[in-house]
Design a protein around this ligand. Structure first.
Ligand SMILES: Cc1ncc(COP(=O)(O)O)c(C=O)c1O
Length: 287
């Protein structure tokens, strides 16, 4: 059984308990991260921890852990779960107050709740068009909040969008704003490929600054053989793209082969996807 960390203690996940007065439980008042790890090697530890610190600062949760303390926690969870293909889930909520009151409590009186556990993720994706898991997606207007750049534990909007695709037999839901512009997926960033160029929406309040996105764009720019552009992408462009991709820590770069039942390009994972996944696989541990 999986080991959990909760407020200073390591224990079996099934035995971990929090107060029902925890603001993470009552309000979704917290920040989380998921870091992938294969055979004990993490991908993107430093940028993941930096994003978590940014999120905690954005919502005014004070924490004083050093990067080394976070690393130690991760290493211990990875070791106790056997070090295979693991996602490390880390969660910091504002903590358990004595009353239910919207305003932030005095941080001297209420300490944040820190919770973490490891869970199994699929094996490292291979850059092979014949073996990759292809994604089929639904589309929907993005009805989440205006602060999607914060990796908040309040995920009901994302959950409802994901469920819509899931209920239609799809793997994800791609979202667009009221102007018909692509934002992201319910749990991933989104990209199109047109005439050999990779295009993805710019970072703003409408999307999460994905760490896989950050690493992928850095890898592509460093290599230089596949041009990259960050700009507004219309849904019309999505429907006429040669390739469409999704990225997240647990799936890396996933090729989308069908949108609302219609094939993307020739309905198979594309050559630019394969080249990008190969570059990503070769470089990902150096970020
Ligand atoms: C809404 C959303 N966008 C994008 C991502 C991708 O982020 P990352 O690459 O850091 O996993 C996620 C991952 O959970 C997400 O939930």
């Amino acid at each position: 059984m999986s080991t959990a960390y909760l407020n200073g203690e390591y224990l079996p996940l099934a035995e971990a308990r929090i107060s029902p007065m925890d603001r993470g439980f009552l309000f979704g008042d917290g920040i989380y991260e998921v870091i992938p790890s294969y055979a004990g090697r993490m991908v993107g530890f430093a940028p993941h921890i930096q994003r978590m610190k940014n999120g905690l600062e954005a919502i005014g949760i004070a924490h004083n852990w050093t990067d080394e303390q976070w690393r130690e926690l991760y290493n211990r969870l990875i070791a106790s779960d056997g070090g295979g293909n693991l996602g490390i889930y880390l969660h910091v909520s504002r903590g358990a107050d004595s009353k239910r009151f919207h305003a932030y409590p005095d941080p001297e009186a209420v300490a944040p709740t820190v919770f973490a556990f490891a869970f199994e993720i699929p094996p490292e994706p291979q850059a092979d068009r014949t073996k990759v898991k292809p994604y089929k997606v639904s589309t929907d207007e993005d009805l989440r909040w205006q602060r999607c750049h914060i990796k908040s534990t309040a995920l009901l909007g994302n959950v409802m969008h994901f469920q819509q695709g899931h209920a239609a037999g799809n793997n994800e839901t791609i979202l667009y704003n009221s102007r018909g512009e692509l934002t992201e997926g319910s749990a991933c960033n989104a990209y199109i490929v047109k005439d050999g160029k990779v295009i993805t929406p710019p970072l703003d309040h409408q999307i999460l600054p994905g760490i896989t996105r950050q690493i992928l764009l850095a890898v592509l720019r460093k290599d230089g053989s596949i041009p990259v552009e960050e700009r507004v992408v219309s849904m019309n462009e999505v429907h006429h793209a040669d390739e469409v991709w999704l990225t997240s820590s647990s799936k890396e770069i996933a090729p989308v082969i069908e949108i609302d039942g219609r094939p993307v390009g020739d309905g198979k994972a594309g050559p630019i996807w394969e080249a990008a996944q190969r570059l990503f696989s070769a470089e990902k541990y150096s970020y």
